[in-house]
Design a protein around this ligand. Structure first.
Ligand code: 5GP
Ligand code: MG
Ligand code: MG
Length: 187
């Protein structure tokens, strides 16, 4: 059965995503074009993989790229609320501008844990660039560091979404769009 048959509704098409990613790239490029230190884009694995890959190709200043992994969701759709870093950065971010690249911000627990972690590594600033944001579900109000900004692609309705890097039980990350599964596939 084709993957498309699992999807109840498309929320953000590939074209809509590509346009918005281009705008975010331009905004970040202009914000960092005057900085002497080149920023480090840190993708939060695995969900941000496609977004990071597309975003960095729309950035027109020197940058470096790294990954970090945080576990909080398990395989279900409800956060455990206690994220932990299970795979750390390779690069030294001391005195660097870090841009955390996330697929989606929900309760804010994951980001707040990551921001504290980067603060302890003495990053000079921490920004967040998330493709999706569910502000209605926020439980933790994280504080950015230094000149750090919050970049957000789209506000997302309070549905569990998949695609463009985001999974349900490690499936559906390879969809080029973002959508909601038919109820019979959330099992
Ligand atoms: P938070 O810690 O903010 O509650 O959750 C953040 C992480 O949970 C996101 O980075 C993402 O990996 C996962 N998450 C939150 N909402 C969704 C959703 O609707 N769909 C998917 N696939 N993952 C989600
Ligand atoms: Mg994520
Ligand atoms: Mg997940």
């Amino acid at each position: 059965m084709s993957l498309e048959k699992h999807i109840e509704k498309v929320l953000f098409s590939a074209e809509v995503i590509a346009n918005r990613v281009g705008q975010l790239g331009s905004e970040i490029t202009s914000d960092f074009s005057g900085e002497s230190e080149s920023p480090v884009f840190v993708g939060v694995a695995t969900g941000a993989c496609l977004f990071l890959a597309d975003l960095v190709r729309r950035i027109d200043v020197p940058i470096s790229i790294d990954f970090i992994r945080v576990e909080s969701y398990g395989s279900g759709t409800v956060s455990s609320g206690a994220p932990r870093i299970s795979f750390d950065l390779k690069l030294d971010v001391t005195n660097k501008h870090v841009i955390l690249v996330e697929d989606i911000v929900d309760t804010g627990n994951t980001l707040s844990c990551l921001i504290e972690h980067l603060k302890s590594k003495k990053a000079s600033s921490v920004s967040v660039c998330t493709l999706l944001d569910k502000p209605s579900r926020r439980k933790v109000h994280f504080k950015l560091v230094g000149i750090g900004k919050f970049y957000s692609g789209f506000e997302c309705p309070d549905d569990f979404v998949v695609g463009y890097g985001m999974d349900f039980a490690e499936q559906y990350r390879n969809l080029s769009y973002i959508g909601v599964l038919k109820p019979e596939f959330y099992m």
